[in-house]
Design a protein around this ligand. Structure first.
Ligand code: FAD
Length: 473
């Protein structure tokens, strides 16, 4: 029963003797109850309240993770896995305290197999480091959430990013995982074969489960060949409708953009101010294409240009090759940082919804309307129908923050009305729990059953996904 489940959570905190016991299991340097380490693991990149864990452990192997989980589960101690804490919905915040398992010491690339286009990694590998390590094999791991995320955190949130429109999200690349289940049992699930019809796809169950079902310690990831040639385009439009309509037409034309990002005029203004640029302060699309030959890309460029002109593009900046791509795309990577730097005393609520492409234009228009009285920046992975609205405000000012939350709620509900999702890529965490019932209906009860089956004590990253009340029964 959900009620019993809640009661299992330990309320009193770990004793010094518990910390000593963990040290005897792992070694002194792998366990910390110091205040600065606990503070570092008390928050992610969202506005959600900080909660200090009782202790942070840094295992070095799957067996060590298993030992800690078995010991903690026996004693009703909450366990929250931790990548680097770059989530935006409170996903790794240890809201019921207990033990945080940080994977920074499990950061080895275990085996690169170029002929199979595969790599085995530990959960703490940072995806940018992975891409460096495999680039000399002519390979790359495409999901790119921008921040310095770990593979474990990307699997936890099923992260995606600017290249998802062509290459897919994390779930499309996870072939096999090693998981420590609640209670400490170690399982390996998935295969190294490129396809399989063998049984339930348990591997996928753990992707996007945010550490609520088990802890991923190792993964086999699919890789793809590094693209040979690049083309990039920045197109500026008179209205949001013209920009977002272009997205639909490019996607519908048989072209296959590797990235397609939308920035509203407010994002461009802040980039100009913060970075000393002089970009046209109007709705903008950034597009990237990968191709085998330069001539092929030139043909695609002519076609893209035609579509943009048909949609009243006011200005086009374009280029072929790595340097041109870096020049045109730098502004996208600077957007988050510039927004935050321009509101130093405020916090952000990063909204994240995704809708079918045919509704993208309506979704962006609706979102803009909802936040017109707020310090808000609308952008997103347009080719995936993914809209982000970053609002900067002060959570301590209850009236203002209620207004921000109200805008978030309206935007999410509109995305659901459009048969989209309450979270395109940031995950559920704390912030999106309210919307799960509306999005999933009956199947939320099945998710609860799965959670309860695997984690009957409700100790794995508690306080996420479910409210632990009667809502799903
Ligand atoms: C500026 C900025 C831009 C961003 N842009 C994007 C974007 O474009 N796309 C996107 O998808 N995200 C984006 N994010 C969100 C975030 O970076 C990603 O979700 C990322 O994958 C989180 O990785 P992490 O290592 O920080 O994980 P954490 O935040 O530490 O953890 C994420 C979740 O996974 C769980 N977890 C961690 N490790 C494990 C493990 N070994 N086993 C099981 N569960 C685990 C945690 O408990 C938590 O629930 C952005 C964040 C910032 C700050």
């Amino acid at each position: 029963m959900p009620g019993e489940y809640e009661n299992t959570l330990m309320q009193k905190g770990l004793l010094p003797s518990d910390v000593e016991h963990l040290k005897s299991m792992l070694g002194d340097t792998q366990v910390s109850a110091g205040s600065s380490v606990r503070e570092l693991h008390s928050h992610d990149e969202s506005f959600h309240a900080h909660v200090l864990p009782d202790v942070v452990v840094l295992p070095r192997s799957t067996e060590e993770v298993s030992k800690v989980v078995a010991w903690a589960y026996e004693r009703d101690i909450p366990i929250t896995p931790w990548g680097v804490g770059t989530s935006l919905e409170g996903n790794p915040i240890p809201v019921h305290r207990g033990i945080v398992i940080d994977f920074q010491e499990m950061n080895r690339v275990l085996d690169v197999r170029p002929p199979d286009f595969q790599v085995d990694v530990e959960a703490g590998v940072v995806y940018k480091d992975l891409n460096k390590a495999i680039s000399n094999h002519g390979l790359f791991f495409p999901p790119d959430p921008g921040a310095a995320a770990t593979i474990g955190g990307m699997i936890g949130n099923n992260a995606s990013g600017i290249r998802t429109v062509k290459y897919g999200s994390t779930k499309d690349y996870v072939m096999r995982v090693v998981v420590v289940l609640p209670g400490g049992r170690i399982i390996k699930t998935g295969t190294r074969a490129r396809k399989s019809s063998s049984g339930y796809h348990l591997c996928s169950l753990f992707v996007g489960s945010e550490g609520t079902l088990g802890i991923v310690t190792e993964a086999t990831l699919r890789l793809v060949g590094l693209p040979v040639n690049f083309m990039a385009v920045r197109a500026v439009f008179p209205t949001i409708f013209d920009a977002t309509n272009t997205v639909f037409q490019v996607m519908n034309s048989g072209l296959s953009p590797a990235a397609m990002e939308f920035l509203d005029e407010e994002v461009v203004k802040i980039l100009n101010r913060d970075q000393g640029l002089s970009l046209n302060e109007q709705p903008t699309l950034l597009m990237e294409f990968h191709g085998f030959s330069e001539n092929g890309l030139k043909e695609e460029m002519a076609y893209v240009e035609e579509i943009c002109r048909d949609n009243k593009a006011l200005f086009l900046d374009k280029g072929i090759g790595q340097t041109e791509r870096a020049r045109l795309w730098e502004i996208r990577h600077l957007a988050h940082e510039s927004i935050r730097r321009n509101h130093p005393s405020l916090l952000s609520l990063s909204m994240d919804v995704a809708v079918p492409l045919s509704r993208y234009s309506d979704m962006v228009g609706f979102a803009k309307e909802q936040v017109k009285d707020l310090a808000a920046y609308v952008f997103g992975h347009a080719g995936d129908g993914n809209v982000h609205v970053v609002v900067m405000d002060d959570p301590a000012n209850r009236d203002r923050w209620s207004r921000v939350e109200e805008a978030n709620r309206h935007i999410v509900l509109k995305a659901l009305e459009f048969e989209g999702t309450c979270t395109g890529e940031h995950g559920v965490g704390i912030g999106k729990r309210t919307f799960l019932l509306q999005e999933h209906g009956e199947s939320l009860a099945l998710m609860w059953d799965i959670k309860h089956l695997l984690d009957p004590k409700g100790l794995m990253n508690p306080g996420k996904f479910f409210f632990m009340d009667e809502e799903v029964r």
